[in-house]
Design a protein around this ligand. Structure first.
Ligand SMILES: O=C(O)CCC(=O)C(=O)O
Length: 243
């Protein structure tokens, strides 16, 4: 698995979670999402496709928040993290992805690192050494993610960069030849590097939970919003080194 990840930049694990694990998670996420839609109507109407920071949301109870932390740091996720990260990793944040209100809205190829303000040269350098992994947990069958295997370590071909960055009449939603679509079912887990070229595939009223982990380094720690982490008194209830 580790070798697969090192070559491809992703790991797809079918039926990784049981119904017993998913149902309580789903209930919390629906509570959050209903409240989010009410509070963020303008963003939703303006084309939002995700919310984030569920673990610091006022809309869930302290117990629900603790249950989320337990889910995030459960043994089988923790084991995967220890296998896939070269060094120690830390929880970064959560996101919830859904379909855009406008069914015609295009998705967009990107690398998460392109939004950090780094120059292209810095991005090329840092994507080799800095690790950010998405753990995608779909609550229903979805078209999933399209990604370009190997690009967590390799820079774009010219047409790929032009597409991501809207250069030479290319648009971020244009198809790319090397794209590989990974459709997902409820129960599956897709782990992929945020550094790689990827895009979400909309449809089927998707509802999918992403947990994000990164290297535990000072650079990333500066970037973490610790509101999303457990409070000091909650830590002893979570037997983990991920927070
Ligand atoms: O699912 C999506 O729409 C995009 C997902 C994505 O880009 C990400 O998780 O970084």
């Amino acid at each position: 698995m580790e070798q697969n990840y090192n070559h491809q930049g992703y790991v797809y694990l079918e039926q990784f979670f049981s119904e017993e694990e998913l149902q309580p998670l789903e209930k919390i996420l629906h509570t959050f999402h209903r409240a989010w839609l009410k509070d963020n109507d303008a963003d939703y109407k303006a084309g939002a496709i995700n919310s984030h920071s569920i673990t610091s949301a006022q809309q869930i109870t302290r117990q629900e928040r603790l249950d989320l932390f337990k889910f995030i740091s459960q043994e089988k996720i923790s084991q995967l993290i220890h296998t896939l990260f070269p060094g120690k990793a830390i929880f970064l944040n959560t996101q919830l992805f859904f379909d855009p209100l406008n069914g015609k809205q295009s998705n967009y190829w990107h690398r998460d690192i392109q939004y950090t303000g780094m120059t292209i040269e810095e991005q090329k350098k840092n994507m080799i050494t800095q690790n950010v992994l998405h753990f995608r947990i779909p609550l229903k069958a979805e078209s999933g993610i399209e990604l370009i295997p190997g690009t967590h370590r390799e820079w774009d071909q010219e047409v790929e960069q032009e597409t991501r960055l809207s250069i030479n009449n290319r648009k971020p939603g244009d198809d790319l030849e090397r794209g590989k679509k990974i459709s997902l079912n409820r129960g599956d887990l897709l782990v992929f590097s945020a550094n790689m070229i990827h895009r979400g595939l909309y449809g089927n009223d998707r509802f999918t939970f992403d947990i994000i982990f990164c290297d535990d380094t000072p650079e990333f720690r500066d970037f973490i919003d610790f509101k999303n982490h457990p409070a000091k008194e909650e830590l002893p209830l979570l037997n983990t080194d991920l927070f």
